[in-house]
Design a protein around this ligand. Structure first.
Ligand SMILES: Nc1ncnc2c1ncn2[C@@H]1O[C@H](COP(=O)(O)OP(=O)(O)OP(=O)(O)O)[C@@H](O)[C@H]1O
Ligand SMILES: [Mg+2]
Length: 268
């Protein structure tokens, strides 16, 4: 069953076409990754999916609801963890969740139960009453995921869920994402510029380059269509995203710069 479908989705900022006539479809239950370097248009796509930006052209339907014509219906069934920090460091984990529960208008009767369920689900129960500024990067990300799930969405959008995290913290976030996908019938759409994340986490991928989706499918399908079933995902990526990315350096250099920048911004 298709849960998200775009047709010719386009977003233009002045002369720049940040998202360029994109057609993708996501089936229920997938962990779908938008993989692309900095500036590829990943966040812009997610902002349209989550009704924060309206398309310049084209359509997006989520569970059959049109994001422009039925934004409120869409908001009720989606959760979103933005690229930038969305938890308050001066409050405890529990207090952050309580604020979101009130924003989502969860009934006072069930609020407490739901908050503690999510703290447990994200392995944060023991740290619930500590200030978030004492949390590690992985704990903050897990708290932000808990915040986005309070209203029981069917589909969860994660923008760069593990950027700037060390390998162990990254693993704790991946582990929870996989758990949510398997046990809670949640469809997950995430952006990443980590090849490792795409390989280990995503059941399906769309490779983005300069606003366009240049290939999509399972890893197996992508390797096959790139001409070699044994190809590494790095090779698949450069096959589709073209030589431009590699000119004058390499993707890893770009990744590192962006990571440092984003970590600095996130944890202040
Ligand atoms: N509000 C805006 N106004 C003008 N240009 C924008 C705006 N938002 C994004 N852009 C531009 O659109 C392009 C795509 O940006 P976007 O943030 O979607 O990329 P991204 O793939 O998420 O990159 P990153 O990996 O750095 O997060 C970039 O060139 C960016 O500078
Ligand atoms: Mg982005």
């Amino acid at each position: 069953m298709i849960i998200l479908q775009t047709e010719q989705l386009t977003k233009q900022f002045g002369k720049l076409i940040a998202v360029n006539h994109v057609d993708i479809s996501v089936q229920r239950g997938e962990i779908f990754g938008l993989l692309g370097p900095n500036g590829a248009g990943k966040t812009t796509m997610l902002k349209m999916f989550t009704t924060l930006l309206s398309p310049s052209f084209g359509t997006v339907k989520i569970s059959g609801f049109d994001i422009v014509k039925q934004p409120n219906k869409v908001r009720q069934i989606i959760g979103y963890v933005p690229q930038m920090l969305s938890a308050d460091g001066t409050l405890t984990g529990y207090e952050n969740l309580l604020i979101f529960a009130k924003i989502y208008d969860l009934p006072a009767k069930t609020r407490e139960k739901r908050i503690w369920e999510l703290l447990e689900l994200m392995n944060l129960k023991d740290s619930a009453n500590f200030l978030v500024r004492t949390y590690s990067g992985g704990m903050i990300r897990r708290l932000e995921i808990a915040q986005s799930l309070l209203h029981q969405p069917h589909i969860l959008f994660l923008d760069e869920p593990t950027v700037g995290l060390d390998p162990i913290a990254r693993q704790t976030v991946w582990d929870r994402i996989i758990h949510l996908s398997k046990e809670y019938d949640l469809t997950i759409i995430l952006t990443t510029h980590y090849m490792e994340e795409a390989e280990n986490l995503c059941t399906h991928l769309a490779i983005m380059h300069l606003g366009k989706v240049v290939a999509q499918g399972t890893q197996k399908e992508l390797k096959k269509s790139a001409g070699d079933p044994d190809m590494s995902m790095d090779k698949v990526f450069s096959h589709y995203a073209g030589a431009e990315i590699e000119i004058g350096g390499n993707i890893h250099g770009l990744r590192e710069i962006s990571e440092t920048r984003q970590t600095a911004r996130r944890l202040g």
